[in-house]
Design a protein around this ligand. Structure first.
Ligand SMILES: [Zn+2]
Length: 207
């Protein structure tokens, strides 16, 4: 538990230092058996301490200790649909949030064209959960519908939510999503090439 808490705090500080966690908006968690350890409500990731972390039951959503981020239903939704996931990162990072404000395509995929192999290999298709109020059951339900087929999601007009096997893997994916969003926006108004369609199927990760 102490080790998990320390890893979570280290990841929180890293994301804050990278400028990916404005204000007190973002939150992250790790799963330990049937519990999740989560960053607290209203706390900047730059200042969070292990003693501030909250514990929530994965089985029934009961808050066991502390005051978790009000967005904890998002985390529960990801863990319920992704049994291998042991960490979830939810960010309001600027570039991914900007992409979340663009309309998705007709398949509900984010406006993140296949510009580079790593964008496709690491992130796959990135679905966009419909807009609902932060912390609401409706938002969590939208995520739960998509999470079984995607470890990396955007929340419309809100930000990103990413799961991974371990906090480092989830942080890496969140950073790769932010970079893909940044590259996409850097090319706005240009006419970038995308990868050939026959290359894409081989690059996509398993769901
Ligand atoms: Zn949020």
């Amino acid at each position: 538990m102490t080790g998990d808490a320390d890893y979570l705090v280290r990841a929180a500080r890293h994301l804050a230092a990278r400028g990916l966690s404005p204000g007190s908006s973002s939150n992250l968690s790790v799963r330990i058996g049937t519990r999740i350890l989560l960053t607290p409500t209203g706390s900047s990731l730059s200042r969070v301490e292990a003693a501030d972390l909250s514990e929530v039951s994965l089985e029934d959503g009961t808050v066991r200790t502390g005051r978790p981020s009000k967005e904890y239903p998002l985390h529960l939704a990801m863990y319920r649909q992704r049994p291998d996931a042991t960490a979830v990162v939810h960010l309001h990072s600027p570039y991914a949030t900007a992409i979340s404000c663009l309309p998705p395509d007709e398949q509900g995929r984010a406006a993140l064209p296949p510009l580079t192999p790593y964008r496709v290999m690491r992130l796959g298709d990135v679905p966009v959960a419909p807009y609902a109020a932060p912390g609401s059951a409706e938002l969590a339900a939208g995520v739960e519908l998509l999470a079984a087929r995607a470890a990396v999601l955007l929340l419309a007009q809100h930000g990103s939510v990413v799961s991974g096997e371990g906090i480092d893997a989830a942080v890496d994916l969140a950073e790769e999503l932010e970079t893909a969003a940044q590259v996409t926006l850097l090319l706005h108004g240009r006419d970038p090439r995308t990868l050939p369609p026959d290359e894409l199927a081989a690059l996509r990760p398993p769901p």
